[in-house]
Design a protein around this ligand. Sequence first.
Ligand code: SAM
Ligand code: SF4
Length: 329
Amino acid sequence: MLIDTHGRIATDLRVSLTDRCNLRCTYCMPEEGLRWLPKPELLTDDEIVRMVSIAVTELGVTEVRFTGGEPLLRPGLVGIVERCAALEPRPRISLTTNGIGLARTAEALRTAGLDRVNVSLDTLNPEIFRTLTRRDRHHDVLAGLTAAHDAGLTPVKVNTVLMRGVNDDEAADLLAWALLHDFELRFIEQMPLDAQHGWQRGDMVTAAEILEKLSARFTLTPEASSVRGSAPAERWLVDGGPARVGVIASVTRPFCRTCDRTRLTADGQVRDCLFAREESDLRAVLRSGASDRQIADRWRTAMWGKKPGSGLDDPSFLQPQRPMSAIGG
Ligand code: SAM
Ligand code: SF4
């Protein structure tokens, strides 16, 4: 298994399928985009499936989430999901997406074996969406959400980042909308992972503020099983339940002590943390003709030295070289 010196065991694998994206969310990417990884550096579909297979069969990974960049931009996505769903033991498979194009692919993804989907949506207002993502695609995201729900990719979760003076007045409206459509809403505190390095702690809308805004309209009760475990979201029952809302307070209430994540970038680097400043080049090992066992050993070594925490509260904290879109959020 993937254990580290602090006794944490990683069973949840995040795989970035591409660093590219068709949106330019201000908290993630600059308007002009980024210098994308050259194709030969990207893992091929076969290489991705092999890495997932090693993770599942040799290293005890039970959850696989595909992300990016925008994973729906990866032409082979449906095939990758299908092959991963055929692995023994079968991992649970999910996708984090901006939802653009999901209306076309939700059904095929479900048939291929995708279990669940998280769709990112920060606003109910198409104009604010355009300012925030620098693209006029609000309608496509809503269509994607409906299609995901219709295809049974449930519970459909919606990821929302609130920004002060932009969409922070929408917290309660977003929750009312999510309840109406049977989506599970999760707010994510903005993290210092933007390519522009513009994040300021003081600008961030904190979990405490979000809860205060929601409590003005809804009664929130901590979920009975509110032992957070390794799940990053703390969850509350809304107006007595069964509907819930989550808050991922990566900055103000970090969950590093119970972290169970391991990450694979689109160019085959293993990262033990979103905020890690070091990576292990498994692509080189893979392409050198190594056996599954050898690759698994290198992966174990990569995870063993995982730091106890993100270091966000340390005055010497330095943002990782790669932005969120290239790590795989
Ligand atoms: N493109 C897909 C999407 O937007 O869902 C997947 C990749 S995106 C990097 C994954 C998640 O990270 C999204 O929910 C997005 O809102 C979130 N995200 C991106 N930059 C962030 C930041 N600086 N702080 C917090 N969350 C961020
Ligand atoms: Fe693209 Fe997702 Fe980053 Fe937005 S958050 S720019 S959709 S990768």
